[in-house]
Design a protein around this ligand. Sequence first.
Ligand SMILES: O=C(O)CCC(=O)C(=O)O
Ligand SMILES: [Fe+2]
Length: 350
Amino acid sequence: MKSFELAKESSPLSLTPKFIFPESKRPNLSEVKSLDSIPIIDLSYCHDKNHSSLEVIHKISKACEEFGFFQIVNHGVPQQACHKMMKAITDFFELPSEERESLYSTDHTKSVRLLNYYLKVEDGEKVKCWSECFSHPWYLIDDTVSLLPEKIRTQYREALTEYAKEIGSLVRRLLGLISIGLGLEEDCLLKKLGEQPRQRAQANFYPPCPDPELTMGLTEHTDFNALTVVLQSEISGLQVNKDGKWISVPFIPNAFVINLADQIQVLSNGRYKSVLHRAVTNNVSPRLSMAMFFGPNVDTTIGPIQELIDEEHPPKYRNYRFSEFLEEFFNQEGSKRMVKEAFELPHENS
Ligand SMILES: O=C(O)CCC(=O)C(=O)O
Ligand SMILES: [Fe+2]
């Protein structure tokens, strides 16, 4: 079996060619704007249902239209649950790489797997990203947890169970606020995403990198689910594309980064954006993030919501089963993904 190579070389003196990106795909870190960033929204005003949360809804709606991203503070998720989750992923990635190696797989049908994203370059070669990603469901059952290295198994499951429960409530609350922002009933988006939502988690690890200008932690992408909640460690590395320029997302203590993903762009008929983002590396310290993806299950039909379609706003996408979208997503692996574009309806000019 192919071994997982990055982990064994996390502190090389210089980058080996397999991590070096072609010049046009490098991060150009000096051009990244650090003054502008995504909006920060305080949710403390809308814990109480009776309290007017119109201002918060308005801020979220604006952020969804203009950035597709925002950070939230005072979100009600106990700090303790976040710390435990961060500690569990830290301990997982600090294990000797041999103890994680058996989880490495390129088979995307595997429920629990460690993966290494890559970029396909012209001659068919693959350039590896400077990261290790651990993908698994929000809830680990006995069969799946037993795949984890024994030393961290119990700790990881306990931390994840508590964390996933909290994030589940948060996601439902956010979907409610986002629905109202679109002028819909509070439960509209959640209902559209259907029964048994697809809930996947991805713990990302970016070891310190000898030359951050030559490689990428994660190449630019949009998330293919509906809504993503990201918890990041103290060092920033996430960047969001705004009007063709990259802006960095600073670390804010006890905040979550909220990322609108492709299915909300489609459901909102293009009003809310699923925006390109990427992760860059640094040469100082390791960075970790935990992305909690919430989306429809494979059998759910997704398409622009009827109430958001009228003469002025004809449907931009055709209806599809989410399984079709996933198939398209995996077919485009390693390239600049243009998945939702494959479901666009032709423009009518008349
Ligand atoms: O590391 C991050 O902050 C972002 C990760 C990300 O974009 C993803 O997992 O889809
Ligand atoms: Fe992402």
